[in-house]
Design a protein around this ligand. Structure first.
Ligand code: SIN
Length: 290
């Protein structure tokens, strides 16, 4: 590895460990993800528990809560501590407008999220984070894991010259890319928004490589060919670097909360023709700045 890549990894792995009093935090990898125990999400968290969960969220970006028995109201109450709830868009035909059902049937040829992406990046104000509560896992006993990648580290592991080149650019994120092959529901206005290519995390100010293959279509400062070549190279960063990722194996009653600003995820569809079911709640974020 190049020295700047080692420096980027060391910057994360040697940071001082946070101390927690009311929760236990077991990291999934040194650079992303943690299992949180000591909280029952069916109960209101104490102020101290909540403050520690928030600190762990900013530190690890993906939090895994196991063995939870919760209702959609509990899930929404927990999510509401992090910001305003984000209505599902396009709205579900029936049921709770804030609950997105993540449901795979035996007939499914593909599933939503089976590719690297972050939720809602084509919106002018992208999602802060998502909370997925899985209650049914494939009958095979394995499969249906979700991968999560640290996009701070993805940025930090680029060469200094590449980081300088990207710093002033923007990228257009277009919901139509994600709809390719599907017909959007009638009346649905497909979102499209331009964001800096490198954004800063609104709470930690750390830089993030903010492009993903599901939504990002064009760097307007470049020619079409240059934009395509640069985006393809940037999209390949996550699959080329396993060090950026952790893998969550779901068990019924697991809730995972991830930060859509600095994390991409990939729901692996390796369990056809079996089933999987969960419910996702998302939280509104603000505009993202360079
Ligand atoms: C998603 O939000 O893309 C779904 C994630 C999953 O099903 O694991």
């Amino acid at each position: 590895m190049e020295q700047y890549e080692l420096d980027a990894i060391r910057g994360i792995t040697t940071r001082p460990a946070q101390k927690y009093r009311t929760i236990a935090v077991d990291t999934l990898t040194p650079v992303i993800g943690a299992e949180i125990s000591g909280v029952d999400l069916s109960q209101e968290l104490t102020e101290e528990q909540l403050a520690e969960v928030k600190a762990a969220f900013l530190d690890h970006h993906v939090l895994v809560f196991r063995d939870q028995t919760i209702t959609p109201e509990h899930q929404k109450r927990f999510a509401g501590h992090f910001g305003e709830l984000r209505p599902v868009n396009p709205p579900p035909p029936e049921g709770d407008p804030y609950i997105l059902e993540i449901s795979t049937t035996p007939e499914a040829e593909n599933v939503a999220g089976n590719g690297w992406h972050a939720d809602g990046t084509a919106d002018a104000e992208p999602s802060l984070g998502s909370m997925l509560y899985i209650t049914r896992v494939p009958e095979t006993g394995s499969g249906g894991d979700t991968l999560f990648a640290n996009m701070h580290l993805a940025y930090e592991m680029l060469s200094p010259v590449m980081r300088d080149l990207l710093d002033g650019m923007t990228a257009v994120h277009d919901g139509a890319i994600a709809f390719q092959g599907y017909t959007p529901p009638p009346g649905y206005v497909i979102p499209k928004a331009e964001h800096p290519l490198i954004v800063r995390h609104p709470e930690t100010d750390r830089k993030i490589l903010y492009v993903n293959p599901a939504y990002t279509g064009r760097i307007p400062q470049l020619s079409a060919d240059e934009s395509r070549a640069l985006l393809d190279m940037l999209f390949s960063v996550v699959p080329r670097r396993p060090i950026l990722s952790c893998r969550v194996r779901w068990t019924p009653g697991t809730l995972v909360f991830w930060d859509n600003r600095c994390v991409q995820h990939h729901a692996v569809y390796d369990y056809y023709p079996f089933t999987r079911y969960g419910q996702r709640v998302a939280i509104n974020g603000g505009p993202l700045k360079a």
